[in-house]
Ligand binder design. Structure first.
Ligand code: C2O
Ligand code: CU
Ligand code: CU
Length: 583
C-alpha cells in the first residue's frame, strides 16, 4: 500500500494542474441526489461487483464497485432482536471483506481483515441484532486495500430500529423526510476515473456530484455518515440555522442537542433534525465549514500541491442543495424534547484501564520499516498475527488513549459501543455523551499530549481465534498500519471441560445432494465453529461461520459437481474434510 500510495502521489501532482483546467469538477449545474435502495427482512443478499457509473456528467463513465448496483450498496433495515442472515457474494476479481461497522456481533461474523472473502465466494455470517436504533454502515476492511476498495464505492448504510425509537414522533419515511447522506470526497483523473488518494477535489453525496434534493416544509431527519477516506466535515446550514443532534454513533441521545455546527470525523454517523416548516419555496444548503478547522484536523490543511493537495482543503464548500417543497400529510412539525433514557457506564464500573498511545513514527526505530510520516498505535505497526490484548468476556474497561501525534485521529473500536469519559480531562460535549464507536483523539497541544478516555463493556461474544480490531478510521492511516487487534475470551468455559465434544467425526447426507446438505455427528453435543465448502480444486465457494447446520446447509446455488465440506470443530479448532456430489 505504501507503494501504491507513493505511485498515487506522483500521479496526483501531475494531474492536479489538469484538473483545475478541466471544467467538469467545478461546473455549477446540480444533479439529483441518488437515494440508495433499501433491503429489509431477515435475509440479505449482497453481490459485490466491479461495474461502472456515469458519475461525471459528461464523458467517460467511472469504473466503480457496487453492491447490487452501480456504486455503493443498499440501505439495510434491521429490527433489534431479529436474527439477520447475510449472503455476501464477492464478485470482484480481488479478495475483500465486509465489516458491519458498529454492530455488536461475534468476531467471526465481524468482517474485519481476518474474515477474508476470496473472489467468487459467498460468505454467510448471521447474528442477533443487539444494537440500539441508529445508523450504522458496512464497508470493506481488507488490510492494505481498505482505502482502494472504499474509493471504488463499496459500502452501504444500516438502519436499526427498536421499540424506543419507534414510539417517538420522529420522521421515518426513508427518502422523503428521513434522508440518508453518505459524505465522501473523490479525486477524478482526466478520464473521469477515481484516484485512490486521501483527499478528493470534489464533494460527493450518495455517489452524486453537486447534489440537489427536494425536501418537504416540515421537520426533516438526516442520517449523515462520514464515509470519507480522511476528511472531517464541519457541518452547518447556509443560513446558520440551529439543528438538533439526536444520535451519537450507536443510539439516541437522551434529548436533542441544538447546534449550528457539528464536526463529523471519518467513520462517524450522526442523525439530525432540521425544522423546515417555515421554508416553503426557499432553498438551503448543507455545507462543510472547513475553513475554520485547525491545521491538524483532517481537511483543515491548506495544501494545494503534493500528496495531500486538494481543492477543498481549509475551505467552506457545499454538500447538498435543498429546495423546500410542499408539506406532506402526516408531517412531523415539532421536535421531541426527550428521546431516550440511556444508562451509561461509569468510571467506577471499570475493572481495568488499558493505556494506548498514538504517535508519529519519527524517532521510532523498531520496527525499522517506517517512513517518517506514518502514524502508529502502541509504538508499532499493525501485525495481523499479533493480539495486543486478551479481554476477558464481560470485562468493563477504560481505554485511555494518549496521543503525541501532531495530527488528530478518529479512533474506532470493533465489537462494542462505548461512552466517552473525557477528552483532555473534560467531559464530552452533550452531542457525544451517548453511545459511540469512533472518538476523535486530537493532536498534541504544543508539547502536551492529548488524552481521551472511554469506557466499554465487552460482553456476549468470546472467540480465541478471531480478533476484533481497533484503528484510526482514516483509511490511509489504517492501511499504513495504524491498527491493532484484541481477542475476547471466556475463561470459564475453556479448558475445564473434560467431555470430548470434538465435532470432527461427521458424515454428510444425502450424497449426492441437491438442495440441502445435512450432517450427522457421532457426538450428539458436537459444536461446529466453521464450515467451508470447497470446489474440486480446493477453492472456497461458500464460507459459513458457526453455521446453523441443524437446518441443513442450503447448497441450491452451487453448480453441479464434486465438492468438499471442510468442518472446523468448535472446541479443538481442528478441521476435517468430507467429499460430496452436488447434482
Ligand atoms: Cu468502519 Cu474497522 O471499521
Ligand atoms: Cu468497525
Ligand atoms: Cu489517523
Amino acid at each position: 500500500m505504501r507503494n501504491i500510495f507513493t505511485k498515487n502521489k506522483i500521479k496526483k501532482s501531475a494531474v492536479a494542474i489538469l484538473i483545475f483546467a478541466n471544467s467538469h469538477a467545478f461546473s455549477q449545474s446540480y444533479n439529483n441526489l441518488w437515494i440508495p435502495d433499501t433491503l429489509s427482512g431477515t435475509t440479505f443478499n449482497l453481490n459485490i461487483k466491479d461495474t461502472f457509473a456515469q458519475i461525471v456528467n459528461n464523458g467517460n463513465q467511472t469504473i466503480t464497485s457496487g453492491i447490487n448496483g452501480k456504486i455503493w450498496g443498499p440501505t439495510l433495515f434491521f429490527n433489534k432482536g431479529d436474527v439477520v442472515h447475510m449472503n455476501v457474494k464477492n464478485g470482484l476479481n480481488d479478495s475483500t471483506t465486509i465489516h458491519w461497522h458498529g454492530m455488536h456481533l461475534p468476531a467471526v461474523m465481524d468482517g474485519g481483515p481476518h474474515q477474508i472473502i476470496p473472489p467468487g465466494t459467498v460468505w454467510q455470517p448471521y447474528w442477533e441484532v443487539k444494537n440500539n436504533a441508529a445508523t450504522y454502515w458496512y464497508h470493506p476492511h481488507l488490510h492494505e486495500m481498505t482505502m482502494e476498495q472504499i474509493t471504488k464505492g463499496i459500502g452501504g448504510l444500516i438502519i436499526v430500529r427498536d421499540e424506543i425509537e419507534s414510539k417517538l414522533a420522529l420522521p421515518r419515511t426513508y427518502g422523503v423526510d428521513d434522508i440518508p447522506l453518505v459524505l465522501t470526497d473523490r479525486d477524478f483523473n482526466t478520464s473521469n476515473q477515481f484516484v485512490a488518494v486521501p483527499y478528493g477535489d470534489t464533494m460527493m453525496v450518495n455517489g452524486t456530484l453537486r447534489p440537489q434534493f427536494i425536501i418537504p416544509a416540515q421537520v426533516i431527519r438526516f442520517r449523515i455518515l462520514n464515509g470519507a477516506i480522511e476528511r472531517s466535515y464541519n457541518l452547518g446550514f447556509s443560513d446558520n440555522r440551529t439543528f438538533q443532534i439526536i444520535t451519537s454513533d450507536g443510539g439516541l441521545l437522551n434529548a436533542p442537542v441544538p447546534v449550528t455546527r457539528y464536526l463529523l470525523h471519518a467513520g462517524e454517523r450522526v442523525e439530525i433534525l432540521v425544522n423546515c416548516g417555515a421554508d416553503l419555496g426557499k432553498s438551503l444548503d448543507l455545507k462543510a465549514y472547513n475553513s475554520t478547522l485547525g491545521n491538524f484536523v483532517a481537511g483543515g490543511e491548506a495544501f494545494v500541491n503534493g500528496p495531500f493537495g486538494n481543492a477543498l482543503g481549509k475551505k467552506d464548500f457545499n454538500i447538498v442543495h435543498f429546495n423546500i417543497g410542499a408539506q406532506n400529510s402526516n408531517a412531523i412539525t415539532t421536535i421531541p424534547t426527550l428521546l431516550s433514557n440511556n444508562v451509561l457506564l461509569k468510571e467506577s464500573d471499570a475493572m481495568i484501564t488499558r493505556k494506548l498511545t498514538l504517535s508519529d513514527s519519527s524517532g521510532v526505530t523498531k520496527p525499522v520499516i517506517l517512513g517518517p510520516n506514518a502514524f502508529i498505535i502502541n509504538h508499532k505497526l499493525f501485525d495481523i498475527n499479533y493480539n495486543e490484548y486478551n479481554v476477558p468476556l464481560n470485562n468493563t474497561e477504560i481505554w485511555e488513549i494518549t496521543s503525541t501525534s501532531v495530527f488528530g485521529h478518529p479512533f474506532h473500536i470493533h465489537d462494542v459501543e462505548f461512552n466517552i469519559l473525557s477528552v483532555n480531562g473534560v467531559a464530552p460535549v452533550p452531542a457525544q455523551a451517548g453511545w459511540k464507536d469512533v472518538v476523535f483523539v486530537p493532536g498534541k497541544i504544543g508539547t502536551t499530549p492529548s488524552v481521551v478516555k472511554f469506557i466499554a463493556k465487552f460482553d456476549d461474544f468470546a472467540d480465541s481465534l478471531h480478533p476484533f480490531m481497533f484503528h484510526c478510521h482514516i483509511s490511509l492511516h489504517e492501511d499504513e498500519g495504524m491498527m491493532g487487534q484484541f481477542v475476547v475470551t471466556n475463561k470459564t468455559t475453556s479448558g475445564i471441560n473434560t467431555i470430548d465434544k470434538n465435532a470432527t467425526d461427521f458424515r454428510v447426507y444425502p450424497n449426492p445432494a441437491n438442495e440441502k446438505l445435512f450432517f450427522t455427528f457421532n457426538n450428539p453435543e458436537a459444536k461446529v465453529y466453521y464450515v467451508s465448502i470447497l470446489n474440486i480444486v480446493g477453492k472456497a465457494v461458500m464460507m459459513l461461520p458457526r453455521p446453523e447446520w441443524q437446518n441443513g446447509i442450503d447448497i441450491s446455488n452451487l453448480a453441479a459437481g464434486t465438492y468438499f465440506v471442510q468442518l472446523t470443530d468448535d472446541k479443538t479448532k481442528t478441521t476435517t474434510v468430507k467429499k460430496f456430489v452436488k447434482e
